[in-house]
Structures are given as C-alpha cells and as structure tokens.
Design a protein around this ligand. Structure first.
Ligand code: NAG
Length: 261
C-alpha cells in the first residue's frame, strides 16, 4: 500500500495558480468503471491514464489537496462502491495537451442517483459544490471548468425530462453568480441512455443548449459494464479524452486561463 500523503501546498509555494476542475453529476461522473459487485480492485484496474502523478491533485472531503488517485470520489459518493470515472484520464489528457500548467486540481462532487432538482441552488449538493469550489480557490486555485455528467435520473418522468434544459441553464447561471465567475466554462456530457424512457428529451436539451461557454460531448456509443448501467473503465478513459479535447479546443480559442495564470 502506498502511503497516503497530503501535500502541503499553499499559493505561496507555487509559481502559478492551480487550474481547478469541478466534477459534478451522478454515478457515471463519480465513476463505477471496474466495479464488480461491491468491490473494486485497484491493483489491476487502473490503466496508465488513470494512474496517480504528483501533477494531478484532488481536493479531499476534508478540503485538503492530496495526490489524486482512483477512486476519485471514494470519500464523496460514499453510499456506493466507487471505481474509475472520467476525471483522471481527463486530467492526464489536459496535461499532455500542454495548455494548463501542472499541477491540476480536481474537485470531485458527484453523487450517484441524483436528479438535477437536487442540484438546485440552496440544496445540499449545490451548497457542497460551491463550498468545495471556493475552498479550492482559497487554497491556491483558479476555476478552469465544471465537468457535468448527469441527467439519467431525469429521464424517468416526462415532466422532469422536459424541465431539464431550463433547470440546467439555471444551474449554470446560479453557479457562475455564486462563484463570481460569469464566464465559467461548463462541459456537459450528453447521455447515451438513461434510467427511463425520456432519454431523447434530455439529450436534446443537452445538445441544444445555447449558453455561452457551455459545451457538450456525446457519450453515445460508449461501452457499459455488464450491469448495463455504468461506463466501463475503457469507456471512461475515452470520455476523459473527449472532455479534454473539448477543453483544449476551447481554451486554444479563448486562452483566458492561460493568461490569468
Ligand atoms: C451511465 O451512462 C450511460 C451512457 O450515457 C447511460 O446509458 C447510463 O444510464 C448511465 N448510468 C447511470 C446509472 O446513470
């Protein structure tokens, strides 16, 4: 077992600020790749793009930076066994793309089985997301983007599915206001399927969202675990790369964060 160590970082010890990525949504963001039954085998199930490096940090549930390692959401999404999600492969790919300086900071906030109404302003998940984002900024970070993979739970009722687009837009504006980041980049994942029959309505809302600095990548076609519910480790690696490509293409155009650093 590797020693579990906490990096003692402060803004003063770094030449630049840590680009922060908030990870939010439900189980596929939290990560179930490699989970079988109630266990996850970390010695065998982490391919290179999921492995720890001192260049990728994670904000723990106790609001401390530490070297990130899978499962990223283990102390956040505590009611289920967590496995591989898109966060680590995303971070590796962003570093490889060279547009953000190391270290990067990942702030896991996703919780399995949650509907978008539970992420509304003032609700527990929302407050936790804002609190963790602020803590990350206070501890030497600068917000780079929110990665959002959610909506499966909103495919069960037609009313929820039809409200999805409006609720997501409200969430984006609320977050930007409360985090004092009016241009905050949000990259959402369009669902491939969901828990209910109204997947197409939610997908249409996700893919059609016309809000400045809100991007969408499509999970359609990614492989699911034998449970037919969650993305496999391989699919999460692909998704992390897709999210990173979206981020890198966007920052190549705006280069806002690079200038800020
Ligand atoms: C995970 O994502 C896949 C692909 O979008 C989707 O089919 C599945 O319903 C999701 N699972 C859960 C439990 O949200």
């Amino acid at each position: 077992m590797l020693p579990f160590f906490t990096l003692l970082l402060s803004a003063a010890t770094l030449a630049h600020k840590i680009p922060i990525f908030l990870l939010a949504g439900q189980s596929n963001m939290s990560g179930r790749g490699g989970v079988a039954g109630n266990s996850w085998d970390h010695f065998h199930l982490t391919p290179p793009p999921c492995r720890p490096t001192p260049d990728i940090l994670r904000l723990s549930s106790r609001l401390l930076w530490e070297e990130a390692r899978e499962p990223l959401h283990a102390d956040i999404d505590v009611h289920k066994t967590c496995g591989v999600g898109p966060g680590m492969p995303f971070a590796h790919a962003v570093l490889a793309g060279g547009s953000a300086p190391a270290p990067l900071g990942l702030v896991p906030c996703a919780v399995g089985g949650t509907a978008i109404s539970e992420w509304g302003r003032g609700r527990r998940l929302y407050l936790n997301l804002v609190r963790r984002a602020r803590a990350a900024v206070e501890k030497g970070g600068i917000l780079a983007a929110v990665l959002w993979y959610q909506g499966e739970s909103d495919t069960v009722s037609k009313v929820d599915a039809e409200a999805y687009g409006r609720r997501m837009e409200t969430l984006v504006w609320d977050l930007r206001r409360d985090l004092d980041e009016p241009d905050l980049l949000v990259i959402q994942v369009a669902l491939a399927s969901g828990e209910g029959k109204y997947v197409d309505i939610v997908r249409k809302a996700q893919k059609g969202m016309k809000v400045r600095n809100v991007l969408c990548v499509d999970a359609d076609g990614l492989q699911l675990e034998p449970d037919n519910l969650h993305l496999t480790t391989g699919a999460q690696v692909t998704l992390g790369q897709m999210l990173a490509d979206a981020y890198l293409n966007h920052t190549a155009v705006s280069s806002r964060f690079v200038r800020d650093l």
